[in-house]
Design a protein around this ligand. Structure first.
Ligand SMILES: *[C@@H]1O[C@H](CO)[C@@H](O)[C@H](O)[C@H]1NC(C)=O
Ligand SMILES: *[C@@H]1O[C@H](CO)[C@@H](O)[C@H](O)[C@H]1NC(C)=O
Length: 396
């Protein structure tokens, strides 16, 4: 029995590895429950060793699954390393709680939990990663870096139904990944928690976020340097800083970003709706192009549409120069709802690299409370408002 299902799994995985697209990897082999490896659900005993052993088993079998059943488990920093012998799964039904007293927590890793270099991977279940970030948020950065809760470097993967709560820094950091679907993800942290981005994506391609509820202290989703073909849909964001492309230009060697679609998202009580942010001056020159924001609903959002090429995160900002990030071909289609400020559309592009082909269609942004029309403030914007009856309808 088992050998035939193992064989089927292997064939499935081989197919997966040779064609590069997948929606779900449901090729189940052997199950490696952490409880069998000694994990105790008392919320105190560190289960890193049990998890490592379960991972070793799942990763070396074909289609193996690490299983964390219901219960609360403490765990220090841990990296689940690939490549594995076949597709590998991780099913979380319980709650993993970050153990910041473990030796591994001061080991210099920049993440609590990392899934690294895995080809063919599913992380699923209605379980929770509790990052216990609270005690770190007030700490100066110099006094030990805050950690990302979940760092993912995956080729061909799915993350589904997972909850992440109170990360020290980012909740999810997807990097150097290819063909990854994040579906029905739930993220919560307090509105005043610093740098707790919901999902940050860098240097990746063909990544899709489909359905998420994100309430956090920084960007709900942020799309950084080197990304191609990233789709974000049905995200409910708020509180938080909105969905951002950037920041770009902070570091040297940043790469172009293109092919970004953000659609069917809602923003409630957020600082921003949809935003592009680049540093001035910037340490690298790159192009951001082919971006669409479609069907966006805002409710009491300060900056529903913002292109800020004078971004900095430490106020007051000193700008001795212009951004050298070129922004081209960005469409805002059907951005509607209530703005918390008078300026519904704010487009401040670089003096040295003015924006090109910025298009607005079907805007309907009025002020929360009064219902008065919002305005558009533009500089170096190269923008056009297409079609009649938009609010706002032109740059003032
Ligand atoms: C998680 O919960 C959702 C909705 O309650 C359910 O549809 C889904 O099957 C659950 N996932 C797992 C792996 O149990
Ligand atoms: C973009 O990524 C999706 C997966 O999210 C994939 O199905 C699609 O083929 C990719 N498009 C291109 C042009 O590569």
């Amino acid at each position: 029995m088992e050998s035939s299902s193992t064989k089927a799994c292997f064939l499935f995985w081989a197919l997966l590895a040779s064609f590069s697209s997948l929606n779900s990897v449901h090729c189940q082999g052997k199950i490696f429950s952490v409880v069998k490896f000694g994990a105790v659900a008392d919320g105190k005993t560190d289960i890193a060793q049990a998890l490592s052993k379960a991972w070793k088993g799942a990763c070396s079998s074909i289609g193996g699954t690490v299983f964390v059943p219901k219960g609360t488990y403490s765990v220090g920093d841990i990296t689940f390393e690939g490549p594995c012998n076949g597709a590998t799964h991780f099913r979380l039904e319980g709650m993993l709680v970050a153990n910041s007293n473990s030796n591994s927590h001061s080991s210099g890793l920049d993440s609590w939990i990392a899934f690294h270099n895995i080809i063919g991977f599913t992380l699923y279940g209605n379980g929770t990663f509790q990052g216990q970030g609270k005690s770190s948020w007030g700490r100066p950065e110099s006094n030990g870096h805050r950690k990302t809760s979940l760092k993912l470097r995956i080729q061909h993967g799915v993350v589904r139904d997972i909850h992440s709560v109170d990360s020290e820094m980012f909740h999810f950091h997807v990097h150097d990944s290819d063909d990854l679907l994040l579906q029905n993800i739930h993220i919560t942290a307090p509105e005043d928690s610093p740098n707790t981005d919901g999902i940050h994506i860098g240097n990746s391609k063909d990544v899709r976020i489909e359905g998420a509820s994100i309430a956090t202290g920084d960007d709900c989703v942020s799309i950084g340097s080197g990304n191609t073909n990233i789709t974000v849909s049905r995200v409910d964001c708020g509180p938080g800083h909105g969905i951002s492309i950037g920041s770009l230009g902070k570091y040297e060697d940043e790469r172009d970003v293109n092919g970004i679609i953000v659609s069917d998202c809602t923003f409630r009580d957020t600082d921003n709706g949809v935003r592009i942010k680049t540093w001035a001056p910037s340490k690298s020159a790159a192009t951001l192009s082919d971006v669409k924001f479609i069907n966006i609903q805002v409710e009491n959002t300060k900056n529903p549409i913002l292109i800020d090429q004078y971004y900095c995160s430490n106020y007051p900002c000193k700008h001795n120069g212009e951004s050298s990030i070129k922004i081209r071909d960005v469409k805002f289609i059907g951005v509607k709802g209530k703005s918390a400020s008078e300026v519904g559309v704010n487009v401040q592009c670089s003096d040295s690299y003015p924006c090109e082909d910025i298009e607005f269609t079907g805007l309907d942004l009025t002020m929360a409370g009064s219902g008065a029309p919002t305005t558009a403030s533009c500089s170096n914007a190269g923008g056009v408002f297409l079609g009649p009856g938009q609010v706002p309808s032109n740059c003032s």
